[in-house]
Structure formats: C-alpha cells, structure tokens
Design a protein around this ligand. Structure first.
Ligand code: 3PY
Ligand code: MG
Length: 254
C-alpha cells in the first residue's frame, strides 16, 4: 500500500506524528482519531513490547494515520517482526555510523536491496492482496535517529546510504552528547538551532526527509517553519499529563 506519509512529504506537506508509549489498542484507537498523519509505537522507551505493538497497530484504522514503530535498538530480528506486523516505517535509535545505517536499512528491505526475510503475516492485510513483496521496498520508511555528536559528524555518510529515506532527531540524547544539560526536549539554544539548520540543509541537499521529537504544538509549528518535514507532538503519556494537570489546576483554583 503506498505510504501516505511519504507521499505527503514528497508533496511538501508538513506532518505531525503521534507517539504511543501506552500499551493499549484502545489508546492507539483514540490517538488515531486526533488528526495525526502517523502514529509511532515506541518500543525503546515506551511501555511497549512486540505484542502490545501489534495490538496498537490493530487499534489503528486501515485508512488512518500511517502506522510506524521505534525499535528498541538497531537489531534486525525485531525490525523484521514489526514490519511483518504492519509497521510502514521504522525509526531506529542511536544510528551513529554509515555501517550502522546500512545494517538498519538491510533489515528493512527485501533482497536485492537488503536481507529482510519474507513473511508479512499481518502487513500483507494492508493494500492490494498478494502485492506486499513487490511494493514494500518502496513503501517502508527507514528513518535512522541522529542523536549523538558522532552521528552529526557522520551525517553525510549516513544520508548517503542507499535506502535511508530520512532521519529523526532525538533532542535529549543529542543534548546529552553535545553537553547541553539537563536533557530537555524543547530547548531554545542558538547553538542547537544552528545544528538543526545544518541537518535540515544536509537532508534537503540529498532529497531526504527530516523530523524531530517535540512536546508541544507551538514548538512543532516552529520546527515545521524552520524546515522540518515532520515533528512528533509529545506522546500519549505526556499529553495525558499535560491535559490532566491543566484541568486539575482549574479544578483546584480558588
Ligand atoms: C531523544 O530525545 O533522545 C529521543 O529519543 C526522543 O524520542
Ligand atoms: Mg533518544
């Protein structure tokens, strides 16, 4: 099935990604109604495992947001299982070198482009019956995370790896790596914005997509204006906390 997210980015449309840390099909179903172009099940830091990720995918309507996942680590076994379960894009944490990017891409692409094993047990339910193998190499998004100084130093080599569709910035790990402490998702440092501008330029010049993790709508909007193609609007957990905190403050106000 053509990846609607990839089509949106190609057409120059900015998208907002939702982040699923809660292991619940119902929570995913709820998030799918809220206007996101994609939803990412987070198996790295979210309270998610393979079975809860499958349940979250099942909670997303077929014509709703593009289902994606963040891997717990750069490991081909879980990458293949998540793609087989229906993820149409994978975000891989801590990709610091071209060799690590090659290994990630290889796990996501069928031969001859990679080494993914055939068996799209649930992914095959999407799109035209029987055509998954033909279309998957084009449709699946491979998005390595740039979140260390080493990754920044190797950015051109990582972007040059065939099959890398774009990158995703993890602002807190990146901050830790370059000495911006404590880890804060939405920083205002000029030095960090200069890094973001360089990363956006490098991605543009190679025709790659670029996104980052944010917490609030206002910051997402600014990052879109800065040139990011996609940005994540907090997670189900952070948004629940923000919403309840605001309502609790209103309830307790005297
Ligand atoms: C980071 O901030 O390091 C992230 O990985 C965000 O998801
Ligand atoms: Mg990170």
């Amino acid at each position: 099935m053509p990846n609607k997210l990839k089509e949106a980015w190609k057409a120059g449309r900015k998208t907002v990604n939702g982040w699923l840390s809660i292991p619940s099909a119902f929570s995913a179903e709820m998030m799918a109604q809220l206007g996101f172009e994609s939803l990412t099940v987070d198996l790295q830091h979210g309270v998610q495992d393979y079975m809860s990720a499958v349940a979250c995918f099942q909670g997303m309507p077929a014509l709703g947001p593009t289902p994606m996942a963040r891997l717990p680590w750069n490991e081909p076994g879980i990458a293949g299982k998540l793609l087989d379960a229906g993820a149409q894009g994978l975000i891989c944490p801590m990709v610091n070198t071209a060799a690590q990017a090659e290994s990630f891409v290889s796990a996501c692409r069928y031969p001859p482009l990679g080494s993914r094993s055939n068996g799209p047990v649930r992914a095959g339910l999407y799109g035209e019956p029987g055509r998954y193998f033909e279309t998957a190499n084009d449709d699946v998004l491979c998005l390595p995370m740039i979140e260390t100084r080493e990754a920044l130093d190797n950015l051109d080599a990582i972007l040059a790896v065939p099959g890398v569709d774009g990158i995703y910035i993890g602002p807190t790990d990146l901050g830790i790596s370059i000495g911006l402490l404590p880890p804060i998702m939405e920083r205002e440092d000029a030095a960090l914005f200069a890094i973001y501008a360089d990363v956006i330029k490098a991605c543009r010049s190679r025709g790659k997509f670029v996104g980052l993790h944010c917490t609030t709508g206002a910051y997402v909007r600014r990052m879109h204006e800065m040139g990011f193609d996609y940005a994540t609007l907090g997670s189900d957990v952070t948004n629940m906390a923000l919403g309840v905190r605001a309502q609790m403050a209103a309830a307790r106000a005297v």
